[in-house]
Design a protein around this ligand. Sequence first.
Ligand SMILES: [Cu+2]
Length: 265
Amino acid sequence: MLSVVGVLIALQLRLPPGDQSQQSIDESGLLQLMTVISTPVFIGVVLFVLYSAFAFRQTRGALEDGPPSHGNFRVQVAWVAITAVIVLILAGIGIGELAGRANGTNFASSNQPSLAATGSVGPTEANALQVQVIAQQWYFTYRYPDYAGVESLHLMLPVDANVVLHVTSTDIIHSFWAYQLGVKADANPGVDNITYLTTTRTGSFTVRCAELCGIWHGNMSDADGSVVSQADFATWVANLQQTDSDLTLPPYAPFYFPSPRAKGT
Ligand SMILES: [Cu+2]
């Protein structure tokens, strides 16, 4: 009875990271599934602990041990069976997800051409917006190769779009973490770390550095990330192309090495 109430409450929860991208929707869904499965287990354990604390309590002044226990066949069978079923269900979900990725569905969006339509294996990037995320002490810069390589200090993305993020660093190890979008990737010098994203809802999000990277690490964030309508994105990017950017980034490269080694690259 309590379990039913618990599960009903768990089903009502709005768990992070939210619904701003297909990835966050998937992550929230998985978190909810795990919460729903673990709620009856949690309630069962708490009830058993409370029951034991009262039912099996040593009476005051008693010096003998309680009766020895010799196992309980029914409890043991139920224990093994229930845990096996839970683990197998979760394994099935995980295998299904991995098999989907292997078939080239890095993007979970329904507006993506199907594998049969494209006939390709691997990430379907043909219709995706490419954005390079360049980390350095102590900020992120976003470069849009599809739009003549314009650069921005804020990550702006169109809604209902497949996005490929290429994450790299010019100096030391950072980590790009857009929590509401459900994506996180290490930013390593000399490495092009690729992560995929399908935006589903307009709104703002925050990008943080998630790797201790020096004295201003705590300040390394972009609170003005935005998912906007396709039209707004087009306007924004057109404006950006006209404004002369005074950002001091090295010219485009798939990835960057820290400055002491930059000459050799
Ligand atoms: Cu950092």
